[in-house]
Design a protein around this ligand. Structure first.
Ligand code: NAD
Length: 487
């Protein structure tokens, strides 16, 4: 059965780049296979574009800019809402494509389509509210103020863990602001991006406003980051690549926004129900098999409830089913590729060799080569990789602490600063932790951290800028000051 046979609308499965409203082959004749991480089956092929083809996507976007920015905000809104409606109408096909290329369970893919679409609706409306200001004048007989203008062509580079939502969270903001985009999706998961392009075309988004380029990531980014016509770069991915792109954008002084890695602490106070907190920690750790920048990587539990918490965590974790995301009743799909499995094994071995206790996690039970059974380690310390690195795997590490000052120091002991979780009902502890935690986002007694109204983003080496909320669109807007003299 081919990929197209699995979809009710086979035209959503595209195997070409999308530039200036046309489906494009690679001029160098190089194609790359895309595989299903759960089965190893080849799903299809994508072209590896040459540098001049990548530049032609910027040509197209630049050409589209004058028309797209000149539309009224409510006209851009209508087109974006048509795109939103098409995502909703094709939700099941988009979810199937996502599960096949990414591996996540089908219900999670459905959730991501819904979540990704919600950014389009949010920014479609938000585009109508980009206001300048009137400034009380200090110059006689003059009127002063600002207007907001779109920055210009934006390049969006996105990861494989959320193949659809990481694109819409950027593209909808940019497009609503009046900026055409060139998207470079992860090569592991290009088909969700291409389906978005197909639906953008059907929604009446003009040629050149939404482009998708494919190929060798390092080459593409060099071409795009050195292009003076690209005014903004928005990247979601690892801190390593984010640093590289920041450097590459320096020469042409682009607007750069970076959503990078995380290493979230999950702090459990002495006053909570250990079972409730443990179940929440399991949810925060194992979403997308731990391949999530928000994953609860360091679980810090007050010593007075540590043993009870560990018992409930282990019991809840044991109930998780690992398997092919297309099958029903599966909670955790595969990791994205075998290198991710090797990395996870090394992190577990490192922790055990440095004194951690393996409470659960028998890899002989894994249902295939790219699968990793959930692991629970206790006695985790800062000298272990499971503490210092973003594991991006279903490996949970628990550490006991004795007081609030100690746990604050532990939680901040990382180069990352994306998200932190706190479980406690003591209002004084909540306020103290909220202020002391060096993170862009802190969630108290809840594991829900995402959604269109939220200014999503990190501090320290977790990134620059915010996506979502009313600030998300600002990444794509310039403030122009004016002075009307001699009035
Ligand atoms: P990655 O950095 O390897 O890849 C991300 C994107 O960059 C992909 O499109 C990839 O093809 C491209 N890329 C890879 N090497 C490149 C290079 N040398 N030059 C230019 N582009 C290059 O990250 P990943 O493994 O796809 O995703 C996982 C990372 O993303 C994790 O660190 C995770 O925390 C982070 N992430 C962050 C957020 C957030 O909002 N903060 C959300 C999701 C994922």
């Amino acid at each position: 059965m081919t990929m197209s046979d699995k979809l009710s609308d086979p035209r959503l499965f595209r195997q070409h780049a999308y530039i200036d409203g046309k489906w494009t082959h690679g001029s160098g004749g190089r194609d790359e296979a895309v595989t299903n991480p759960a089965t190893g089956e080849v799903l299809g092929h994508i072209p590896w574009l040459e540098a001049d083809q990548v530049r032609s996507a910027v040509d197209a976007a630049e050409k589209a800019f004058s028309h797209w920015r000149a539309l009224r905000a409510d006209e851009r809104c209508e087109r974006l809402l048509a795109w939103y409606d098409l995502l909703q109408a094709n939700r099941e096909d988009l979810a199937i494509l996502m599960t096949l290329e990414q591996g996540k369970p089908l219900p999670d893919s459905r959730g991501e389509v819904e979540y990704g679409a919600s950014f389009i609706r949010w920014f479609a409306e938000e585009g109508k509210r980009t206001r300048g200001e009137t400034i009380p004048s200090h110059i006689p007989n003059a009127a002063l103020g600002t207007i907001k203008e779109p920055v210009g062509v934006a390049v969006l580079i996105t990861p494989w863990n959320f193949p659809l939502a990481m694109i819409t969270r950027k593209a909808a903001a940019a497009m609503a602001a009046g900026c055409p985009v060139v998207v470079k999706p992860a090569s592991e998961t290009p088909f969700s991006a291409l389906a978005l392009a197909e639906l953008a075309e059907r929604a009446g988004i003009p040629a050149g406003v939404f482009n998708v380029v494919l190929g060798e990531a390092a080459e593409i980014s060099k071409t795009l980051c050195s292009d003076e016509r690209v005014m903004a770069l928005s990247f979601t991915g690892s801190t390593r690549v984010g640093r590289l792109l920041l450097e590459q954008c320096a020469n042409t002084v682009k607007r750069v926004s970076l959503e990078l890695g995380g290493n979230a602490p999950f702090i459990v106070g002495p006053d909570v129900d250990p079972k409730e907190a443990a179940y929440a920690a399991v949810a925060a750790k194992f979403q997308t098999v731990g391949q999530d920048c928000l994953a609860a990587d360091r679980i810090l539990v007050h010593e007075s409830i540590h043993d009870e918490f560990v018992a409930h965590f282990a019991e809840r974790m044991a109930a998780l089913t690992v398997g092919n995301g297309m099958e029903s009743e599966v909670d955790l799909g595969p990791l994205i590729h075998s290198q991710a499995v090797d990395k996870a094994s090394k992190i577990v071995d490192d922790a055990i060799s440095k004194g951690a206790t393996l409470v659960a996690g028998d890899q002989s039970q894994a249902p295939g080569p790219n699968f990793f059974m959930p692991v629970l380690l206790t006695g985790v310390t800062p000298k272990m990789k499971v503490w210092s690195e973003e594991t991006f795997a279903p490996v949970a590490g628990i550490t006991a602490y004795s007081d609030d000052d100690q746990v604050i120091e532990m939680a901040n002991d990382t180069e990352y600063g994306l998200a932190a979780y706190v479980y406690t009902h003591d209002i004084r502890r909540i306020w103290k932790l909220l202020r002391a935690l060096e993170y862009g986002m802190v969630s108290v007694n809840s594991v829900k951290m995402t959604g269109p109204p939220i200014p999503f983003g990190g501090v320290k080496q977790s990134g620059l800028g915010r996506e979502g909320g009313s600030s998300g669109i600002d990444e794509y807007l310039e403030t122009k000051y004016y002075c009307l003299g001699s009035l």
